[in-house]
Design a protein around this ligand. Structure first.
Ligand code: SF4
Length: 366
């Protein structure tokens, strides 16, 4: 309990809020990159507690949400191949694709039509399924940012060490700094600072965000996930805006080091190569995805099961792309809470546990 109390100290929170009230003299718009932060902010009521001149926008930091509908279609097509078991984290099962097959529009629908789709909690679970099903091909759907990619790389290295010939990865992993660049380059939202993603940065290191102050004069505060962590990051951003000296500040030093996790980075480099990648909402972002290196092509589902599918389509009326770029808030989507709900989601931002639309509906933000 002491640990939690330390990060939920109401006296300290009030002190930080009072100091923000005193110091913010003009409207500021800050973007939290990470969907985990969006949920923590809404769950704790931080948006209502902040001075009215400080506005928070959610960004593209939900890996399930930013998976392009064409990639969802590919995953559905892979799952529908005879002799294939598709293993995936739970959130992806309900994400709608562009209905390229004309039959199943999600992995869940594919499963109901007979595809062998299994939900797993880790890549090790997927490896375990491959070991006990030597006559079948197990495809792991590799969705996630730099936080998840090292664990998938480790599973591939393990499969190679064991000589498993029935385990492959369909990698749609994505890298967060290039997406942040894409949002700033597009200039659709005028931002004063970025709340840097804590978990991702524990892998890539706080130094990875140095391009923000250097190339964009944009302050960045890397944050943890307790309400006080986020409040501290916001206070830090306001400090930098007020002083006119943008920098990267690491307010999550208990988890994040300047250089990050070098072993995890090495695993990623060993198994994956950086490629251009298609993001929902952002389109094709240069050098923002991870594909399997040719040395590991035996574990690459994209090579083992080549597919020719039409381009993906977005769900009709869904504004997830605009939500992911911070251009609109979920409540500005006409379908929000009406035809699109967690029970009947139209777009991925309502499906995922890190999706902004799900968070806004769950915590009653309007
Ligand atoms: S409310 Fe639903 S339809 Fe609208 S943007 Fe969010 S997920 Fe898409």
């Amino acid at each position: 309990m002491k640990y939690l109390d330390e990060f939920r100290d109401a006296v300290l929170a009030n002190r930080l809020l009072a100091s923000l009230e005193r110091r913010v003299s003009r409207p500021l718009r800050l973007m939290e990159f990470c969907g985990g932060h969006t949920h923590a902010i809404l769950r704790s009521g931080l948006r209502q507690l902040l001075p009215s001149s400080v506005r928070l926008s959610s960004g593209p930091g939900c890996p399930v949400c930013v998976t392009a509908s064409s990639d969802v279609d590919r995953a559905i097509a892979l799952a529908s191949q005879p002799g294939v078991i598709l293993a995936t984290f739970g959130d992806m099962v309900r994400v709608p694709g562009g209905n390229a097959s004309g039959q199943a529009n999600s992995l869940q629908e594919a499963k109901s039509l007979g595809a062998d789709v299994r939900m797993v909690y880790s890549t090790l679970d997927a490896l375990g399924i491959a070991r006990v099903n030597p006559g079948l091909q197990v495809v792991f759907l590799g969705v996630g940012f730099e936080t998840t990619a090292p664990t998938v790389a480790a599973a591939v290295l393990q499969a190679a060490a064991e000589g498993l010939t029935n385990f492959t990865v369909f990698s749609v992993h994505k890298l967060t700094p290039p997406a942040t660049r894409a949002i700033l380059d597009a200039g659709e939202v005028r931002l004063s600072g970025i709340i840097g993603p804590g978990h991702v940065t524990s892998i890539i290191g706080a130094n990875a965000w140095e391009f923000l102050p250097r190339d964009y004069r944009m302050p960045c505060a890397v944050s943890g996930f307790e309400p006080l962590d986020i409040l501290l990051a916001i206070t830090s951003l306001v400090d930098m805006v007020t002083s006119g000296v943008p920098a990267v500040r690491n307010t999550y030093a208990r988890s994040v080091r300047p250089e990050g996790n070098l072993i995890a980075q090495q695993w990623m480099r060993q198994v994956f190569q950086v490629v251009d990648a298609e993001w929902r909402g952002l389109g094709l972002v240069p050098a923002s995805g991870l594909a399997m290196r040719t040395e590991y092509e035996a574990f690459d589902a994209a090579r083992r099961f080549p597919l020719d599918l039409p381009p993906g389509r977005e769900p009709k009326g869904c504004r997830c792309g605009d939500v992911l770029r911070g251009v609109v808030e979920p409540t500005q989507c006409p379908l929000f809470g009406r035809t699109c709900t967690p029970d009947r989601p139209v777009g991925p931002c309502m499906v995922s546990g890190e999706g902004a639309c799900a968070a806004f509906l769950q915590y009653g933000e309007s």
